[in-house]
Design a protein around this ligand. Structure first.
Ligand code: ADP
Length: 488
């Protein structure tokens, strides 16, 4: 196993490294071998209170941060992007240690975040309001202003990208931040916090408080001095956050939640290409992706050939030591590992045909075989619930309308895909399916410049692109009375 130096394990508040008020720590576990990597300071309500006070002070109208020109906020972000690129290799290795994903993937994700930061750096001094031809003798305009102190709560599946998706637009907008990484993966958030300081952001602008959800997370969600909560995670916790956010004040919320996304493949598709796209759509990140296309609908004419091809590709998927050139590492932790194995068990019990996989790999670490189920029915648990693991469910359909109705028969609405060479089929599907991102003849292409988020119980609001920064801005309408015009 590669030796990675863990440099930061304390809370990051006011640009300082501090212990938790309680002095408590919690272990973070290496999912590849189940060993304890490090003990990290465990933030709770008292620490959140201190961090929010720091963020509030940094948001004061006379603070160093608020007095910076917008272009200077952009300059600081550009510096942060450079520092991430300088430390790419280290960040990738640290992510692999804590999260278990293949190091090449982790490094690639970190590299992408430098691009995202530069995108928002460019936006910092291009936040424009409108002038509006309002009724009456007035001049009216809108000003876009930062929302204020933002609480940001992250998941463990893409720790570096999630950190950056959250902080970059908020900082470009001029907000201040208290961020809680997931308890499974606190290490890269702390390493990134060190880079935020090195880039020159003033104290209190970004604070990072590791800890658990029901303690530190809830304290942040319920804090009266937090103006906005941005959360990525499960729909179950999203509901808790949404109600907590309205308990003591009325926080703005952005929620990016779960999914059970459909990928619909029509008879005219090239079976081999379609099976490759469908494979990537499910198995990327060991299936631990909210947008994973875990319902693969295949039209009856190519169904059998598709199932055979899907199984063949899944069998070849390389799973193992994430510091080597593998496609898949372990699941994040014992809890998710058991949950995924239970879903596999339920698929078998409910009569789906397991055509490959279905077991754990080895007896140390949370590795699971890439698993493909065929003949899945819409009411089976594996077709309805988010599995968050390397499990593909293949379902057969006959007609276009049936495919759209079944694709939409879910409480989720994050992503959807269609594979066909017929443009009217593709566009008609895109029009009728209810999801935030639709992919045609590809899947999971998430670009810096395009909005990402969900319909229905997959969330509220959008991240990335122009929409991403709008979530961190309030609109202020300014109306100026003008002298009455004399009659002529
Ligand atoms: P998962 O089920 O994939 O672990 P969760 O939605 O449980 O995802 O967790 C995502 C993030 O939400 C984590 O940072 C976690 O600590 C946090 N969280 C969990 N429960 C709560 C809660 N009650 N209040 C605030 N944050 C929470």
């Amino acid at each position: 196993m590669v030796k990675v130096d863990v440099k930061y394990t304390k809370l990051f508040i006011n640009n300082e490294w501090v212990d938790a008020v309680s002095k408590k720590t919690f272990p973070t576990i290496n999912p590849q071998d189940e060993s304890v990597i490090a003990h990290v300071a465990e933030g709770d309500k008292a620490d959140i209170d201190i961090a929010v006070a720091a963020a509030k002070k940094a948001f004061h109208r006379y603070s160093e941060w608020r007095k910076l020109d917008a272009s200077q906020r952009g300059r600081l972000l550009l510096k942060l992007a450079d520092l991430i690129e300088r430390d790419l290799e280290y960040l990738g290795q640290l992510e692999t240690l804590d999260n278990g994903k293949p190091v090449k993937q982790a490094t690639g994700e970190a590299a992408w975040t430098a691009q995202i930061i530069r995108y928002y750096a460019g936006k910092a001094d291009k936040i424009l309001g409108n002038t509006i031809p309002a009724d009456g003798e007035v001049l009216s305009m809108t000003l876009k202003e930062p929302v204020g102190v933002c609480g940001q709560i992250l998941p463990w599946n893409y720790p570096i990208p999630m950190f950056v998706w959250k902080i970059a637009p908020a900082l470009a907008a001029g907000c201040t931040i208290v961020l809680k990484p997931a308890e499974q993966t606190p290490l890269t958030a702390l390493a990134l916090a060190a880079l935020v300081k090195e880039a020159g952001f003033p104290p209190g602008v970004v604070n990072v408080v590791p800890g658990y959800g029901p303690t530190a997370g809830a304290a942040l969600t319920n804090h009266p001095d937090v103006d906005k909560i941005a959360f990525t995670g499960s729909t179950e916790v999203g509901r808790i956050i949404m109600s907590g956010a309205s308990a003591v004040n009325l926080k703005r919320v952005t929620l990016e939640l779960g999914g059970k996304s459909p990928l619909v493949i029509f008879n005219d598709a090239d079976v081999e290409k379609a099976a490759e796209i469908a494979h990537g759509a499910v198995f990327a990140n060991a299936g631990q992706s909210c947008v994973a296309a875990t319902r693969t609908y295949v039209q009856s004419g190519i169904y059998d050939a598709f199932v055979a091809k899907a199984a063949e590709i899944a069998k070849k998927r390389t799973v193992g030591n994430s510091y080597t050139d593998v496609e898949q590492g372990p699941q994040i932790d014992e809890e998710m590992f058991s949950k995924v194995l239970n879903y596999i068990k339920s698929g078998k019990e409910q009569g789906a045909r397991c055509v490959t996989g279905g077991e754990r790999i080895g007896n140390v670490g949370y590795f699971i075989q890439p698993t493909v189920f065929a003949d899945v029915k819409d009411d089976m648990k594996i077709a309805r619930e988010e599995i968050f693991g390397p499990v593909q469910s293949i379902l057969k359909f006959d007609t276009f309308d049936e495919a759209v109705d079944r694709a939409n028969d879910t409480n989720y609405g994050l992503g959807a895909g269609v594979i066909t060479n017929d443009i009217t089929t593709a566009l008609s599907f895109a029009k009728h399916v209810r999801a935030g991102s639709i992919w045609v003849n590809t899947y999971s292409v998430v670009a810096t410049q395009t909005p990402f988020g969900g319909f229905k119980e997959s969330g509220i609001g959008r991240e990335l692109g122009e929409d991403g920064i709008l979530q961190y801005l309030e609109t202020k309408t300014l109306t100026i009375s003008l002298p009455k015009q004399p009659a002529i």
